[in-house]
Design a protein around this ligand. Structure first.
Ligand code: CDP
Length: 228
């Protein structure tokens, strides 16, 4: 599909960890000639800064200040986002387990979220973007052209995460437990919990191949471009 500049959509992909958002969002963006922005990487970068500066994950005001003073840059590349924190490439470091856990803790605070949402809105406002996260269709772009909520059975999501982490080799039970805990925190937090927007298209990827999910979303995007 070849989207013309005048039909550059905002596409929101939300869902829990391990549902396949990042891979799908990056492949979709490549196909459409859009940029893929991983909003989670911004929470991860802030979490890393909190670790480095020894700021408590529970101190909302201090975390907001830390965010305001941080330069967090997402550079879309073919394989996902390159993430710069204050000029330093932290793309690999932010995927570590301690940062993953910290990201889900710093992201519960409304003042932190408000700062992140404003940055994300600036980044995507001109369209031609696939933004993925937890609250893109509900908070960041409630008027997105296309909203997808990508989910999968928890056991399958855990298995996918295990496969991704195989090289580093942490114990499987702890990866699964951490994912469940993070899931629960994301779904039950007071500010912008992980929930599908009322007008999101629900896709359950439990029994779907990645190519099938991609094709389905592409069809939906094509229909939107055609309608616009
Ligand atoms: O890749 P994975 O789905 O495991 O995580 P991520 O998308 O990088 O997000 C890391 C954490 O950031 C999540 O567990 C959420 O707590 C938080 N997050 C959020 O609150 N809102 C977003 N839009 C994106 C991520």
């Amino acid at each position: 599909m070849d989207a013309s500049p005048s039909s550059k959509l905002i596409i929101a992909i939300d869902g829990p960890a391990g549902a396949g958002k990042s891979t799908i969002a990056s492949r979709l963006a490549r196909k459409l000639g859009y940029v893929n922005l991983e909003s989670g990487a911004m929470y991860r970068a802030l979490a890393l800064k909190a670790i480095e500066w020894d700021v408590s994950f529970d101190d909302e005001a201090a975390l907001r200040k830390l965010a305001e003073g941080a330069r967090i840059v997402l550079e879309p590349t073919i394989g996902g986002n390159r993430v710069l924190l204050d000029g330093k490439d932290v793309s690999a470091r932010i995927r570590d387990r301690d940062v993953t856990e910290a990201a889900s803790r710093v992201s519960v605070h409304p003042a932190v979220r408000a700062w992140m949402v404003a940055r994300q809105q600036e980044m995507g406002k001109d369209g031609g973007v696939v933004m993925e996260g937890r609250d893109i269709g509900t908070e960041v772009f409630p008027h997105a052209d296309l909203k997808i909520f990508l989910d999968a059975d928890p056991v399958v999501r855990e298995q996918r995460r295990l496969d991704q982490n195989r090289i580093k080799g942490p114990p499987p039970q702890s990866i699964a437990a951490e994912l469940r805990e993070r899931d629960l925190r994301d779904r039950t937090r007071a500010a912008s919990p992980l929930v599908a927007a009322a007008d999101a298209v629900m896709i359950d990827s439990t029994n779907l191949a990645e190519d099938d999910v991609l094709r389905r979303i592409e069809e939906l995007a094509e229909a939107k471009v055609g309608a616009g």
